[in-house]
Design a protein around this ligand. Sequence first.
Ligand code: F0G
Length: 422
Amino acid sequence: MIPTHLRCPTPGCGLESDREDGEYLCRRCHGLLELTYDYPRQDAVGWPELWRARGHGGSAADRSGVWRFRELLPLFDDAERVVSLGEGATPLVDLSRAASWAGVDHLSVKHQGANPTGSFKDLGMTVCITEAVRLGSKVVACASTGNTSSSMAAYAARAGLKAVVFVPRGAVSGAKLAQALDFGARVVEVGDNFDQAFGILRELAPKLGLYLVNSVNPFRLEGQKSIAVGLLEQCDWRPPDYIVLPGGNLGNTSAIGKGLRELSELGLLAQMPRLVVVQAEGAAPFHKMWSSGSSALIPVADPSTRATAIRIGNPANWPRARRVLELTEGLTTAVSDLEIDEAKRELAACGIGCEPASASTLAGVRRLRLQGLMDRGVRVVLILTGHQLKDTDYITEHLAGAAVVAGGSTSAEVESVVGRLV
Ligand code: F0G
């Protein structure tokens, strides 16, 4: 049993909290709490072999691409009782065509769209909902640009909990809403953007007895950090030079960074990859802060981008994401909606479908190359965060040329139309 603590990571604070309180904020400095472990460093040498062997195991926990790495996760008395839908274990695919488009020699994608509800959120949700059950919570809640809500709704259904979702009015893809509704969540429209919906939920959650599962919840990050572990395993523990991911509320940046830090502390990471956070130009407060060398984030009051998943102006996780960039000598960039369209098209030409927010990563690499901020010879892994079918309206409404052609009803009509097309 590896002892686990819930601590405030804010430099100079470090106060420990009681896990049984179900809190996510430090009561002294209001920093976001984090889980820490007293790892037996000497044992870690054997963990990669143990994890690999479990991959062929028979239990739900062994088959999960999160719980397979459970030495790195908060303790649960009974691995059989974890709330899992078989998340993780997502593919790593090399893309030579997209690599040359972006201007680098080696490029792969780690596709989180292959998760049970089609996004990376499932890796965090399996841990977070397991904790909600352990604490005896009855109702879980989130504010969401769509994916968190689909994922929470599925895992809540699996666990027999009620689920309440706050979504910004008219700003979430229909497919994501449909998923949440299909899993039986109560969906409530709140405010005009994620930040407003999230602010109201944070205020109401304690009053209404709702267990908050947004990425401010430390257990979410524990699950999502296994994206880094699974990736390193697939790379045979030879890390890429760069890991690139889209930044919204910056939970995933914090989680993957935490995973890398812990692997490094355990001696399982030969060299620290550099993390690159890509934001959409109209919703890029973190990029603005980092690139200007400022130490405080100035929120964007009215964030805008067609990549609705990352339309966030006031990311809650920015302090820890900042520490991650410091640790990994990271980079940030911001890309326009047009650049996202081009990158999405390029990925599709490689047979890789993803949602617009995910495609921002490829656009970001191209931009960094054009700016001379990344070398050609590097190995890059993009974290594609969501599935292509998460936002089909975006494809049919915004991508030029992505239209169905009228063929007619007779064979002669169709012949002449298709003859012109091929
Ligand atoms: N990509 C996708 C597809 C997302 O859904 C999100 C966030 C991100 C990237 C950004 O990740 O917030 O950890 O920096 N979606 C959240 C949601 C906000 O409600 O589904 P982040």
